[in-house]
Design a protein around this ligand. Structure first.
Ligand code: HEM
Length: 219
């Protein structure tokens, strides 16, 4: 063992993306949500945007389940589409599908995810950005929104991973998988770039949500 170990891929990924993580976390819409300043309808609008994003992730996944690189990251235990549908039933009534529309940034984000059917490493970049985030800050966000909107279960089930007992253990295993996958040369760099892209796409969705709710110009 050398005294100065090179940071692992998962460490470099986290370090290189943390600035954009903080920008996504600090988006005006997110801050307002965390401060309890978004009305329930605005929260429901965000949930509907999540549905379009996770639907893109979880349908693209079907093409990659048997892929040598992406396949090992894929597990139904993470699936969010069923909980998002249940949350929308609770928030908007069961006829929500007639009214739910993707905002322009959501459309762009979902389209980019669907393109990843042709690039397994890029799919992992998007998979990591959403699900590891959901299992990290997402758990705290879930506690805040449950309190703000007085919801328990339906309406906030997106934030509960009933099939993952220990998020920390799951995330450690996920990072280990990132580090032990036999990536093609330069692939790690391309994946880091795609994670940065995924953060930007998320930040754009927050900006569109803010615009839609008349919150003024995004920062
Ligand atoms: C209010 C908003 C947010 C808060 C408070 C928050 C908070 C956090 C915290 C505290 C961690 C570190 C957890 C740990 O050390 O294990 C984390 C990790 C992470 N977050 Fe967020 N986050 C927010 C928004 C987002 C957004 C919008 C995304 C992307 C869609 C995201 C993606 C991630 C990812 C991928 C990680 C894992 C990084 C890694 O360990 O490799 N977060 N978040």
């Amino acid at each position: 063992m050398t005294t100065v170990d090179r940071p692992s891929f998962s460490q470099r990924l986290r370090e290189r993306s943390w600035t954009l993580h903080q920008r996504a976390e600090g988006a005006g819409f997110m801050k307002a949500l965390m401060n309890g300043e978004i009305e329930r309808a605005g929260y429901a609008l965000m949930v509907s945007q999540h549905l379009f994003i996770y639907d893109a992730l979880e349908t693209t996944e079907c093409d990659l389940r048997d892929n040598e690189v992406a396949g090992p990251f894929i597990t139904e235990r993470l699936h969010r589409v069923p909980s998002l549908r249940a949350d929308l039933d609770a928030l908007l009534g069961t006829d929500w599908a007639e009214r739910a529309e993707p905002l322009p940034a959501t459309r762009t984000y979902a389209a980019r995810i669907r393109e990843m059917a042709a690039w397994p490493g890029g799919f992992v970049a998007h998979h990591y950005t959403r699900y590891l985030g959901d299992l990290s800050g997402g758990l705290a966000i879930g506690r805040v929104v449950a309190r703000v909107y007085g919801l328990d279960g339906p309406g906030v089930s997106f934030y509960r991973f009933d099939r993952i007992d220990k998020p920390k253990v799951f995330k450690d295993e996920y990072r280990h998988r990132l580090d032990s996958t036999a990536w093609e040369p330069d692939e790690q760099e391309r994946i880091i770039d795609e994670v940065l892209n995924a953060y930007r796409l998320n930040t754009e969705v927050f900006a569109d949500l803010a615009r839609e709710l008349g919150m003024g110009a995004p920062r």
